[in-house]
Write a new protein. Structure first.
Length: 189
């Protein structure tokens, strides 16, 4: 994986395990998606509540680790139940997502794809963050030529995607990355 020397990162990036589903958008679909106005969805409200609840649980965790752990488990259980109850279509079906290791930030992601998708191709990316099962939908675009990854088995291609909209979903991603980074740092102390 090589990066253009002119590329600048806007957000902190982490390696993370997510559930991922993507589809290539037709040119007309891509233009229509980019023209849509972003509305505050139930998912973004739930993501905001989840963030605030996690902040409160982290405070409890410091003084009473057992209570903090129990609250965290309850929050995860509620999130999973809510995501399963809200699944309405095939794209929302958790079984349509692939467990994937990604390099994730608020402005994009990179992962090993099973196909070489040409640079500039518009995609619709659906991500379920773990362990919360928060579901995000983001339009994006392939940046750079996918690089073949050396390995055994089927061909894999290192694919980089820049997100092209949905500020609410990008904000939820940034909160997720910050939470994961905080958990990683807490584990190192």
């Amino acid at each position: 994986m090589t990066l253009d020397s002119h590329e600048r990162r806007k957000y902190y990036r982490i390696d993370d395990d997510v559930l991922l589903h993507y589809s290539v958008l037709e040119q007309s679909e891509s233009a229509a998606r980019q023209a849509e106005h972003v509305e505050l969805s139930a998912e973004s409200v739930l993501a905001e509540l989840d963030y605030e609840l996690n902040q409160a649980i982290n405070l409890v965790w410091r003084d009473q680790p057992e209570v903090g752990r129990a609250l965290g488990l309850l929050n995860r259980k509620i999130s999973i139940m809510g995501s399963l109850a809200g699944a309405t279509g095939e794209e929302d079906d958790p079984r349509s997502y692939t467990p994937t290791r990604v390099s994730l930030s608020g402005s994009g992601l990179a992962f090993e794809a099973s196909e070489a998708i040409p640079e500039g191709t518009a995609l619709l990316i659906r991500i379920r963050l773990l362990p919360s099962q928060a579901s995000l939908q983001l339009p994006g675009c392939i940046v750079g030529v996918p690089e073949r990854v050396n390995g055994q088995g089927e061909a894999r291609y290192w694919t980089r995607i820049r997100f092209d909209g949905n500020a609410d979903a990008q904000e939820a991603l940034i909160r997720h990355v910050v939470q994961k980074q905080g958990a990683q740092l807490a584990g190192q102390l």
